[in-house]
Design a protein around this ligand. Structure first.
Ligand code: HEC
Length: 160
């Protein structure tokens, strides 16, 4: 009985010992990796434009509801016909890319920033810059839309 107790105490002690040494090990490892990753981290900070939200007036996450709002999409369709069809076609690439399936490729916040703030996006966002190169360096026009108008157009784009 006594031996059993002693054994348990020893087991406990060694378990703690292990835990402590494991913690110690982790702490050292963590601080080591912090020192190692300091350089790349500061490089990322120099490029805040690499955000999936893009750059522009929209900072918050735009969430698209599952169901398409048909009323909003109808408003968007009208605006799209006035402001976007000169360069975009729902089905095929024109002066700019077709936006079919754009929300599978890009975050809705990114799309809204692209509509509201194309010049800065092309200048600072790597994805927008790549598109700019691909589409013959044609700068997408800033149509000076309100957020509500941009949001309506986005709803229409979802119906493509
Ligand atoms: C003068 C032509 C032009 C007009 C007008 C225009 N765009 Fe564009 N758009 C482009 C081009 C060109 C690109 C590719 C990026 C670049 O070169 O600026 C683009 C890119 C985009 C993208 C990114 C597409 C992707 O695949 O990621 C979206 C979204 C977009 N436009 C939406 C719109 C909407 C909505 C309107 C109307 C309010 C509009 N654009 C008006 C030319 C235009």
């Amino acid at each position: 009985m006594k031996y059993h107790l002693l054994f348990s105490v020893l087991m406990l002690a060694s378990t703690f010992g292990l835990v402590f040494s494991a913690c110690g090990g982790n702490t050292t490892a963590a601080s080591d990796s912090t020192t190692e990753t300091e350089e790349p981290q500061s490089m990322i900070e120099d490029e805040p434009e690499a955000s999936p939200f893009g750059v522009g007036p929209v900072q918050e996450e735009i969430v698209l509801p599952e169901e398409i709002d048909q009323n909003l999409a109808a408003k968007g369709k009208e605006l799209y016909g006035q402001k976007c069809v000169a360069c975009h076609n729902p089905e095929r690439d024109l002066i700019g890319p077709s936006q079919k399936g754009v929300f599978e490729r890009r975050h809705p916040t990114w799309v809204m920033n692209m509509i509201l703030n194309p010049e800065e996006m092309v200048k600072k966002d790597p994805v927008a810059r790549e598109l700019f190169e691909k589409y013959n360096k044609v700068m997408m026009t800033n149509m000076n839309l309100t957020r509500e108008e941009a949001r309506a157009i986005m709803e229409y784009v979802r119906t493509f």
